[in-house]
Design a protein around this ligand. Structure first.
Ligand code: C2E
Ligand code: MG
Ligand code: MG
Length: 622
């Protein structure tokens, strides 16, 4: 640390004194410089700072005190140690020296040993101070660099290393500025991984993270160096593409991404394949501010999801209109729940052997103010997407059970009622609790309630669903698969579920008498179901010919406009009281007459009119 060849500046107006000190210091290995006045001393220091100064106090012109104060006042020279040298050093002189900033004092005539000690000690101290100073500035640099790394991390997503939403937005803002100056187009892509939740749910979050990190590399490989890829959130990525060839270029990149994702990802031995849905907006056509461009790209991505995923859509103004309408519908539905605007209609199911009513299906209707009666097809998807179906579904179950209890207590007696159940009621709600509570609250027998589930809702959360269904079935609740034949239709798979009944989808029934494939499918379903000891019901029966075919092939129950559309409580009560006569007799005709009467009188006639008009020309054979 101590540099033996340290430079010492000797300041004294008398040459003899300067010479003496030089003679004493040089043999010790020190370099010396000298100055004959205070002014010269300051100039010499300014030119090249010495490691130590031996400073005479009494000098003509600028004295030693002044020189010391000057040097100590300047940060660049403040750390140079000063030893004041004077003939007689009394208390006042010492105090004045300390005040001026001197570190040490030596009295003339200088004792050589004392001089060496003082000089050596001060140089050592200075070296140590310099070292500390150096370290602290190094530390300061380190802290500064790390802060920069952090005030960097705040702008980059730690998982993928891509710009985060904030930086993406900032980059887009800059890109738009440049584009405006040069008259360029910019395409903004919104990329969302399809069913990413499934990966997280089945393989765990660590795998999900790994997948996102790898996927982000593939995305980066799909664009040019000057383009930007950012992570906007969870499984959402954004891209900024500078465009020369307009929309075509963006479509090319979108397709490139789809192709890049085809190859499976190998995650610790698990082969995972994912697809993505993409939305594209173009500056300046669609919008000119970054937030709106991203929002519109998101809207377009949502549309890509709606049309079946693994595809891309360019934003259109119509999408905005749809989004607004959809938002309005969502708000209206939330209000509908609060205000109790839902009601249930009931459609009879006919037991073919007896011709009597085997039970009813409860079907949801929305009395929307100013819109009349709204079909579930128009709002059930929104309820499902928003999760509101959990609350509404609970209401349906409670209302159906209350109705059953009313009928039991009135003269009508026990009536079996089926309710439609959405997959989200298993996943997010507690269907089991909802059903049991409704049954107990209304003191009805659990076997009067039947649940209709679609195959896809069964697939949503298999283990939990199976457990809930088993426990409900133990209580006596019946389980039916709705719209059978449109989903997986793997009976081997379905046999894992505790099912009582299959409901053949209306799609096969519609053409059952003039499309042989449909007839064969319906027949096969009936046979398979019976071999598994399951009941079969056909929905959407509208004609005598359809009915005859189903009856001939042993279908257990039928449901459809041929007997009755879904009708309000009062009307279904009337049907229950009268009973349905056997369709083998002219009872069916009676049934139809009754339906026609009922429909004409009902406010939701239009609801079914559309369905009937669509099906009648193709399937009416009578
Ligand atoms: P779904 O459960 O398959 O119900 C049968 C649908 O077919 C009903 O439509 C019914 O009115 C209609 N239908 C009955 N007979 C005939 C016929 O002969 N011909 C034709 N063309 N159609 C017939 P709706 O009431 O409009 O309900 C549509 C779907 O909405 C239901 O299909 C069901 O998936 C869903 N849905 C209805 N109510 C609820 C509910 O409370 N909860 C849930 N989650 N979904 C419900
Ligand atoms: Mg149903
Ligand atoms: Mg159905």
């Amino acid at each position: 640390m101590i540099n033996a060849s340290a430079t010492i500046l000797i300041v004294d107006d008398e040459l003899q004194n300067r010479k003496l000190l030089e003679t004493l210091l040089r043999p010790e290995g020190y370099q010396t410089r000298s100055a004959a006045s205070g002014e010269d001393a300051l100039a010499s220091v300014a030119q090249l700072a010495p490691d130590l100064i031996l400073l005479d106090i009494m000098m003509p012109g600028m004295d030693g005190y002044e020189v010391a104060s000057n040097l100590k006042a300047n940060p660049a020279t403040a750390t140079i140690p000063i030893i004041m040298v004077t003939a007689n050093i009394d208390r006042d002189a010492r105090l004045a020296g300390l005040k001026a900033g001197a570190e040490e004092f030596l009295t003339k005539p200088v004792d050589s040993a004392e001089l060496w000690f003082r000089v050596r000690n001060l140089l050592r101290l200075k070296a140590f101070n310099d070292f500390l100073q150096n370290q602290s500035s190094l530390l300061e640099d380190l802290v500064q660099a790390r802060t920069a790394d952090l005030h960097r991390l705040a702008h980059y997503d730690p998982l993928t290393g891509l710009p985060n939403r904030a930086l993406f937005l900032e980059t887009l803002k800059k890109a738009l500025g440049q584009a405006q100056d040069h008259g360029w187009s910019i395409a903004v892509l919104f990329v969302d991984v399809d069913h990413f939740k499934n990966v997280n749910d089945t393989l765990g979050h660590a795998f999900g993270d790994e997948l996102l990190a790898r996927l982000s590399n593939r995305l980066v490989d799909c664009v040019r160096l000057r383009d930007t890829v950012g992570r906007l959130g969870g499984d959402e990525f954004g891209m900024i593409l500078a465009m020369e060839d307009g929309e075509r270029g963006a479509a090319l990149v979108a397709n490139k991404i789809r192709v890049a994702l085809r190859a499976p990802f190998n995650l610790n031995g698990h082969e995972v394949t994912v697809t993505a849905s993409l939305g594209i907006t173009v500056y300046p056509e669609d919008a000119s501010d970054p937030e709106t461009l991203i929002k519109y790209a998101d809207t377009a991505m949502y549309r890509a999801k709606q049309v079946g995923r693994d595809t891309f859509r360019f934003f259109t103004a119509q999408m905005n209109v749809d989004v607004l309408a959809r938002r309005e519908l969502e708000t209206a539905l939330r209000k509908a729940i609060e205000r109790g605007e839902f009601i249930l209609h009931y459609q009879p199911k006919v037991q073919l052997e007896s011709g009597g009513i085997a039970g009813l299906e409860a079907l949801l209707r929305w009395q929307r103010p100013g819109h009349g009666l709204v079909s579930p097809k128009d709002f059930i998807p929104v309820l499902e997407e928003t999760g509101l179906i959990v609350d509404v579904g609970r209401w349906v179950i409670a209302t159906a059970c209350k109705q059953i209890a009313l009928w039991v207590r009135s003269g009508i007696g026990p009536v079996k009622v089926s309710v439609n159940v959405s997959g989200r009621q298993f996943v997010e709600g507690d269907l089991q609790v909802d059903v049991i509570k409704a049954v107990e609250d209304n003191s009805i027998s659990a076997d009067l309630i039947e649940l209709e589930l679609t195959e896809s809702s069964l697939m949503a959360n298999t283990e939990r669903t199976i457990a809930a269904l088993r426990s409900l079935k133990r209580r006596g609740v019946m389980i039916a698969i709705d719209d059978f034949g449109t989903g997986y239709s793997s009976l081997a798979y379905l046999s894992r579920f505790p099912i009582d009944k299959l409901k053949i989808d209306i799609d096969f029934i519609r053409e059952i008498t003039n499309k042989s494939e449909d007839a064969v499918i319906a027949l096969t379903i009936i046979r398979m179901a019976h071999s598994l000891k399951l009941e079969v019901i056909a929905e959407g029966v509208e004609t005598a010919a359809q009915l005859a075919y189903l009856q001939q092939h042993g279908c257990d129950q039928v449901q459809g406009y041929y007997f009755s559309p879904p009708v309000p409580v009062r009307e279904v009560e009337q049907l229950l009281r009268e009973g349905t006569r056997s369709p083998k007799t002219n009872g069916a005709a009676h049934g139809r007459a009754q339906v026609a009467r009922a429909e004409a009188a009902r406010p939701d006639a239009a609801l079914h009119q559309t369905d009937r008009e669509q099906t009648r020309p193709r399937s009416y054979m009578v």
